[in-house]
Write a protein that binds this ligand. Sequence first.
Ligand code: SF4
Ligand code: SF4
Length: 309
Amino acid sequence: MNKTAKENHKNIVKLSAQKFGFDFCGISKADFLEEEAPLLENWLNKNYNGKMAYMANHFDKRLDPRKLVEGAKSVITVILNYFPEERLPEGENDIKISKYAYGTDYHFIMKEKLKSMFAEIQAQIGDIEGRVFVDSAPVMDKAWAKKSGAGWMGKNTNIINRKIGSFFFIGEIICDLELEPDGPIKDYCGTCTACIDACPTDAITGPYEVDGSKCISYLTIELKEAIPAEFKGKMGNWAFGCDICQDVCPWNSFAKPHNITDFEINPALQKLGDWEEITEEIFNKVLKLSPIKRTKYEGIKRNFSFLKS
Ligand code: SF4
Ligand code: SF4
C-alpha cells in the first residue's frame, strides 16, 4: 500500500474516533509486546495477580495480538474520559465508590461506540477484518495505550494523558488494516512520588509496579473470598474500587468533566448510607447496568461489613 493511501486510511480512522466521541485515538503496529513480556512474567512470578488466576492464562495471546486476531496488522487504541463534574461525598467517614463506577457500565458504552466506529471505517475503506475489545479478552490495554501515544505510564501504572489526566477508559480495534503507527510519548512523572506516598495499603511497591493483591480495587472487586484482616483500617472507606493514587496525581488537576449522560451518577449511589439495609432484589434492580454488579450482592455486603468492623 502506498504512503498516501495509508495516510488517508489513518485520517479516516481518526475522524471516525472523533465522530463517536473518543478523546484520543492512536495507532500501534500489531506486534509481539517485547518490552512487556519480561515485566508480565516477573509480575506473575511475584504473585502480584493475587487470586486473579486468569491473568496468567493466555500468556501468548496477551503478548501478541496476531494470536487473537488472525492477520492483524494494527491496534487502534481509543480512550474515553469519565472524569465526573459532580462527585459523591468524599469525607473521611463517607463510603466511597470509584468514579469509573458512578454510572452505566463502561463495557456497554465503549463497545457500542467501538462497534459503530469500526463499521464506519469498514464502510469507508472496504473489506477489513478485525475485532473490538473493551477489557474483555487478554489484551494488554495499558501497553497498547502507551505504545499508541495516548499517554505515558505513571508510577501508579495508570496511563496519563497530558490533556485529560488518567480518568479514562481504554478500548481497541485490532484489525488487518495496515496503518502508520503513532509511537509513544515521554514520561512526565519526573521526581513526583505522590501516588506511591498516598497509597494506604502500600500496593505501589515502587515506581511503575503495583502489587495487585494489595490494591483496594482488587480487594473490593476481584477478590471473591474474605478480605484479609491485615487491611483493616487501611481501606479509607472505599467500598468499590479506589481512586486515591489518581486523585493525588497532579496531572488529574487538568481533568475536565465528561459529557456522557450514561456516566452520570446512578441515583442509588446518592444513598450509600442506607446500603446496609439493601436487599439482593433491590441491589440487582437499582444496579442492573452498573459496574458494581461485578461484585454481586454478597461482595458489596462483605465490603460494607469489612469497612464497619
Ligand atoms: S488504587 Fe488505591 S490501593 Fe490501589 S494502588 Fe492506587 S492508591 Fe493503592
Ligand atoms: S502522582 Fe506523580 S508519580 Fe504518580 S503517576 Fe502522577 S505524576 Fe506520576
